[in-house]
Design a binder for this molecule. Structure first.
Ligand code: DX5
Ligand code: ZN
Length: 217
């Protein structure tokens, strides 16, 4: 069954406590937390202080997605804030091997994300350093965008690379995931589904999470 990671970017921040409780009590597995700096992506979201506050009441894994330049400067800060998985972008790094090994050395799972234009083959040589490969299925920066179909080939290729290497890397898909495409995304080889708009714009978010959890089965 898929790992479901609702993206809190689409939550109602005026009732964040209630939204976290809803996720705690749902079939969701992780909290997906999007950090944006207005440089790497054209939007600014939230950072360590908010994540640290959320950690006090959340009962599930914190999957922190850094869409920021120079992420290597902040690894320890996000560990302190409560990150379990910490994902940096391929496009931000000259020394990704060092960054990924540093994330693990701090006791977190190391994630690497690739934008739609980045070939998935670029990660092959460091696949053993990556616990989570986050394949962006939109251009990052905003929730509620449309899933890019070119993602399917990338998922299949990522799966081949991981299998050939005998690695345990999970494949996560982020952007435009819906109940309609979830089955196809999982069939292509994905393990983790991020969903923002699909969950939080639903009439019943808890029921939507339950449906996503059962997608592709
Ligand atoms: C966008 C973020 C996503 C976003 C997904 O850059 O990385 O996590 O919240 O939102 P939806 O599921 O609405 O496309
Ligand atoms: Zn994200």
């Amino acid at each position: 069954m898929a790992i479901i990671a609702p993206s809190m970017l689409s939550a109602d921040f005026l009732k964040l406590g209630a939204e976290i409780e809803m996720i705690n009590n749902s079939d969701a597995d992780w909290f997906h937390l999007d950090v944006m700096d207005g440089q790497f992506v054209p939007n600014i979201s939230y950072g360590m202080p908010i994540i640290a506050q959320m950690k006090k009441v959340a009962t599930k894994t914190f999957d922190v997605h850094l869409m920021i330049e120079h992420p290597e400067r902040y690894l320890e800060d996000f560990k302190k804030a409560g990150a379990d998985y910490l994902t940096v972008h391929y496009e931000t790094g000259y020394h990704l091997h060092r960054t990924l090994t540093s994330i693990r050395a701090l006791g977190m799972k190391a994630g690497l994300s690739i934008n739609p234009h980045t070939p998935v083959d670029m990660v092959a040589d460091i696949i053993h350093e990556i616990d989570l490969l986050l394949v962006m299925s939109i251009n990052p920066g905003f929730g509620g965008q449309k899933f890019l179909p070119l993602t399917y080939n990338k998922i299949r290729r990522a799966k081949e690379i991981i299998t050939a290497a005998g690695a345990n890397t999970l494949i996560e898909i982020d952007g435009g995931v819906t109940l309609e495409n979830a089955g196809d995304i999982l069939a292509a080889g994905a393990d983790v589904l991020v969903a923002g708009n699909t969950v939080f714009a639903a009439a019943n978010p808890t029921a939507m999470i339950a449906q996503l959890k059962r997608a592709g089965k």
